[in-house]
Design a protein around this ligand. Structure first.
Ligand SMILES: [Fe+2]
Ligand SMILES: [Fe+2]
Length: 232
């Protein structure tokens, strides 16, 4: 078993909502990456030493594969602080929240030690940083200097999208509609979120796929996690 598989399976055993969340973020991220590669391939220039939009398009499958695995691993740092994550419907205390904020660095430090996860360290470390670098955590990581910066942008918004719209696994808050979340993204485009997101969300094909994943796709994700736990 690879270290990546070990981490993902451990999440299912220790805190199944985080396992569902990881799969949802992976599915949503691949969806956004696939549509963005078709609409704005130039945004990925720099990844895997690409210098042109044509070069990006020619390795689209490799970029999507990277997006899937990086998104699946984005919260592996939570394995080290799983008791804090398993908060059983209550709000976090201040010191618990401070502890939780360590999970991007903890996850990235863990990822670089293993062959199956080391390439995803930048996405793991950067997924809670704002697009413009003015907020979020951890401080000191140069997300703009990463060749994976557009994947970081994608995983970052999909992480928030799943958390905001899930009303199954996060019983402490009502799930927002996609439209409510979209409004938040529009208001924070260029600061917290990437500036190209509102246009991507308005694309009919992207929107249709996202709405499916947030509805039926989420039910599938929950059923798969519970089937895994039952050994089916
Ligand atoms: Fe996270
Ligand atoms: Fe997350």
């Amino acid at each position: 078993m690879s270290f990546e598989d070990f981490c993902v399976n451990s999440m299912a055993a220790l805190h199944s909502p985080t396992h569902v969340h990881s799969h949802m973020v992976a599915k949503l991220s691949v969806c956004l990456a696939r549509h963005l590669l078709a609409l704005r391939p130039e945004l990925f220039i720099g990844i895997f030493d690409t210098e042109t939009a044509g070069a990006v398009t020619s390795i689209a499958d490799r970029i999507l594969d990277h997006t899937w695995h990086a998104a699946l691993c984005h919260d592996i740092g939570k394995l080290l602080i799983i008791d804090t994550v398993a908060m059983y419907g209550r709000s976090l205390l201040d010191d618990e929240y401070a502890n939780l904020r360590l999970h991007p660095d903890a996850g990235a430090d863990l990822a670089v030690k293993h062959l199956s996860t080391r390439d995803y360290a930048d996405v793991i470390r950067g997924h809670h940083l704002w697009y413009d670098g003015t907020d979020g955590y951890p401080s000191g990581f140069d997300r703009d200097g990463s060749p994976y910066r557009t994947i970081i942008d994608i995983v970052s918004v999909c992480d928030c999208m799943d958390a905001a719209t899930d009303s199954v696994g996060r019983s402490y808050s009502r799930g927002k509609t996609f439209e409510e979340f979209e409004k938040e993204v529009s208001e924070a485009a260029g600061t917290r979120y990437a500036p190209w997101l509102p246009e991507l969300f308005r694309d009919p094909g992207t929107r249709k796929d996202l709405l499916y994943l947030l509805d039926e796709g989420r039910s599938v994700a929950y059923r798969k996690t519970y089937a895994l736990l039952r050994g089916i």
